[in-house]
Design a protein around this ligand. Structure first.
Ligand code: AHM
Ligand code: MG
Length: 327
């Protein structure tokens, strides 16, 4: 990462004024930051009633909703309603929600890394913004490929409240200064082309396709194997945390399709998890695929559609694709 190029997120957003939909994007990102400050403060204080509890509801992917999932969804929906966003598509809402007037659509994972909530490991929020267009059916809005994103980013609720953000001209990191209550520019990201670490839930190995097994075998054999050098392994289980580590120091993250019925298209959702991360990664000089093809070119079928995901250092993502071609 290079030295800071600008001081505040506010100045960064002001610079959008002359771009098409720039003022609307700026207002929406500002609204998202206010919601993120609320969610981070709530996590820090532990004031969501029983952060560790689960209630009986399930989201559209069949996962149990925790109180913090619901709280984050309500907080970000309220933020979308104050912004020029007309449709809100969320992991925690089965259908797109009309959110008022405005030319933008938002796809969002309000609380990513839910399985880590009770462990005090970093969780986050992932979002993607694009033009709502004038499709009569709100579901149509979410059938756009990732190349149509106008902005994307993610917050990390960790020791720092951090925002990774792209408008398609580089990827920047901002850190919230609680004293001044403003996000300050921290760094512009450049992902090293060569990876030294990989990130994968290896407990799923017995379900993986042959190409994936062969690829990870090669990494594990290190200097004695086909790759002729050693790799390290890191897996937080929060996409935001694994993604940010890779933005900082390179590496590869993989969540492949596997033999289980529920994982035939992997685990991660294309519109509000994979695409926004892929946009940030590409804009930082990295690559993102469905383990074979460029992810951002692939049109999603539904709001909650899953997609196999690989992203990170360009060279390593390409090596994986060569192993996966036959799959
Ligand atoms: P969530 O949005 O419900 O938290 O699910 C997404 C999370 C990602 O943050 C993470 O990369 C992945 O699921 C971890 O899955 P697994 O526990 O199967 O390794
Ligand atoms: Mg998620």
């Amino acid at each position: 990462m290079s030295a800071p190029a600008m001081q505040s997120l506010a100045a960064h957003l002001d610079a959008l004024a002359a771009k098409p939909l720039g003022p609307e994007l700026a207002r929406t990102v500002a609204a998202l930051t206010r919601a993120a400050v609320t969610v981070h403060a709530t996590i820090r204080a532990g004031t969501v009633p029983d952060l560790t509890a689960t209630d009986t509801a399930a989201n559209a992917s069949g996962e149990t909703q925790k109180p913090l999932d619901v709280f984050a969804d309500e907080t970000f929906l309220a933020a979308a309603r104050t912004a020029p966003v007309s449709v809100y598509g969320s992991e925690e809402q089965e259908l797109p929600v009309p959110s008022g007037d405005g030319p933008l659509a938002m796809a969002i994972d309000p609380l990513d890394g839910s399985s880590n909530i009770e462990t005090n490991i970093a969780v986050g929020t992932i979002f993607s913004l694009f033009a709502a267009g004038d499709a009569p059916d709100p579901a149509e809005v979410f059938r756009r490929s990732g190349t149509e994103q106008l902005a994307a980013g993610f917050f990390i609720y960790g020791a720092q409240l951090l925002l990774v953000l792209t408008f398609g001209a580089g990827t920047d990191v901002f850190i919230h200064d609680p004293q001044a209550d403003e996000f300050r520019h921290h760094a512009r990201c450049t992902i090293p082309a060569r990876a030294g670490e990989y990130s994968v839930n290896a407990a799923n190995r017995r379900h993986w396709p042959t190409g994936m097994l062969a690829y990870v075998d090669g990494l594990e054999q290190g200097a004695e194997g086909p790759r002729q050098r050693d790799f390290g392994m890191r897996y937080a289980g929060s996409l935001v945390a694994d993604g940010y580590r890779i933005l900082q120091r390179g590496g590869i993250f993989i969540y492949p399709a596997d033999a289980r019925k529920a994982y035939a298209r992997g685990r991660l959702r294309q519109l509000y998890e994979a695409n926004p991360i892929a946009f940030c990664i590409e804009q930082a000089g990295g690559a993102a695929t469905d383990t074979r093809r460029r992810l951002l070119d692939l049109p999603p079928t539904t709001l909650h559609a899953k997609v196999p995901l690989a992203f990170g250092s360009r060279d390593e993502v390409e090596v994986l694709a060569t192993y996966m071609q036959g799959e």
